[in-house]
Structures are given as C-alpha cells and as structure tokens.
Design a binder for this molecule. Structure first.
Ligand code: SAM
Length: 249
C-alpha cells in the first residue's frame, strides 16, 4: 500500500517550500494538484518532473476513487493545493477521508498556511482562536454568520478576497462595533506584504484612503468580544440597580 502525503506549498514566496516537501514531491509517483498549470511554476522552479493530475472541488468525488485505488495498488501520491496547506479552505478533505477509511497511511508535510502566518504577526491573542475561512458571499448570510460570532471571545480568523474585503469590514463594524481591534494581513510573503493593525473603523478609513490596500489576498483577524468576567457582571448589576432605583417608589 502506498502513502498519501499532504504537502503544504508556499502562499506567495516560492522559497517557502521545505527541503522535505521538495524531496517528497520529487519522489512520489503522482502529484494530485488543485490546478496543475498553477502548480507547474512551483514544480519547475525546483526541477520536479513528477506527473500531476487535477483534483479540485468539481472532480474530487470521481478522482478520489481512482486515487484511492492507485494508493491501494502501491503508488505513493502527494496532494497539493494552489497555495498553503491543502484542506484549509482548499480541496482534499474527501480524499483524505476516503484514504483513511481504506486503511491508507496519510502523512503531513507541514508548511505555509495564510491563517497561521497572519495570526503569528497580528499581535492579537493567539492562545485560543477560531478559524472561520471565507464568509458567505451574500450580505444577508454574511451578517447572519457574523451575528452568530458576536459574543465569541476567542480571536477570529477569516479569509477574504479583494472584491469583498471592504464590504465585509463594513458588515463586521456593524455587528461587532467599529472599535473592535482588527488586523488586515495582505499579500503575506509577497512584494506588497502589508499588515494593518487597527480598529474596524480605522481599517475601513485606511482602505478608503488608499485603493491599493484593497488589492491582493487577505487574512482578516478580529479580536474576540470582551470576556464578561466578574468585573463585567458587577458593572452590569450596578447599572441595572441604578435604573431600578429611579423607577421604584
Ligand atoms: N490553503 C490555503 C492556506 O493554507 O492558507 C488557503 C487557500 S484559500 C483558497 C485562499 C485564501 O487564503 C485567500 O483568499 C486569502 O484569504 C488567503 N491567502 C492565501 N495566500 C495569502 C497571502 N499570501 N496573504 C494573505 N492571505 C492569503
């Protein structure tokens, strides 16, 4: 039986491919790539000539069966996506689940992940966090999702695309409040890498002042809601008492 290697690739800077990842990609029998043309640039850069086939969200179901059969027949296969860690807002979940169900060994070759890279430089609490991936595209569904997260005290991590980042910030400001701490990490490891560290209101102002800040790929990190500790509950109790005192005879 072969091994399924889940290999992280760079999120921008092509130097971020570990020597171990290079070795495995060169040695496996087949690379299952989200987009073979896209990955060609990376593989060519490292002179990796391994045959590749496409595994994306539209063919994952069919390809899965074929790849599991290949693995059971003894082939070693590496799974990669266009950028970063496969399965993290990327295809691969079905393949990994099917491979595991078939008793195939699945091994990670860790590396870049935009969410973790952004969190590591954001300066927001990183001991506990929630990864939310992409928000829904439609504003009503997006606001609904954000409302569900309104009381979340852990740091929140979102992926965003350039054409929705400004709208999402506005929705977040309306649900979480404009003063919520927020970090916008743009084009990490690339030429125009920028990490803006502010409140939701400041971020919106910065994007409005400079349209270039709305270009590229983004990770948006939002500070969690204030923990309602003993102090919070005491303050709330006093507030309610003060209101009652004015109302009571
Ligand atoms: N699997 C990838 C990972 O491990 O990060 C994520 C793939 S997801 C389809 C693509 C999204 O990741 C982008 O829309 C953006 O939100 C984020 N992203 C990827 N590369 C990035 C970068 N260099 N800088 C900032 N965000 C990035």
């Amino acid at each position: 039986i072969g091994t399924l290697w889940v290999v992280a690739t760079p999120i921008g800077n092509l130097d971020d491919l570990s020597p171990r990842a290079q070795k495995i990609l060169a040695e496996v029998d087949l690379i299952a790539a989200e987009d073979t043309r896209h990955s060609h640039a990376l593989l060519a850069r490292y002179n990796i000539a391994t045959r590749s086939i496409a595994l994306h969200e539209h063919n994952e179901r069919e390809q899965c069966e074929k790849l599991v059969a290949d693995l059971l027949a003894g082939k070693n296969i590496a799974l990669i996506s266009d950028a970063g860690t496969p399965l993290i807002s990327d295809p691969g979940f079905r393949l990994v689940r099917s491979a595991r169900a078939a008793g195939i060994t699945v091994r990670p070759v860790p590396g870049a992940c935009a969410a973790i890279a952004a969190l590591s430089v954001a300066g927001l609490p990183s001991d506990r966090f929630v990864f939310e991936g992409f928000l829904p595209a439609k504003s009503s569904a997006r606001i609904q999702r954000l409302r569900e997260l309104g009381g979340e005290t852990r740091t929140l991590i979102f992926y965003e695309s350039s054409h929705r980042v400004r709208e999402s910030l506005a929705d977040m400001a309306s649900v979480f409040g404009e003063q919520r701490p927020a970090v916008l990490a743009r084009e990490l490891t690339k030429l125009f890498e920028t990490v803006l560290d502010a409140t939701l209101a400041d971020l919106m102002a910065k994007l409005d002042a400079d349209a270039n800040q709305q270009r590229g790929e983004f990770v948006l990190i939002i500070g969690g809601a204030e923990e309602e500790g003993v102090d919070g509950r005491l303050a709330e109790g006093r507030r309610v008492f003060a209101v009652l005192r004015t109302e009571l005879p």
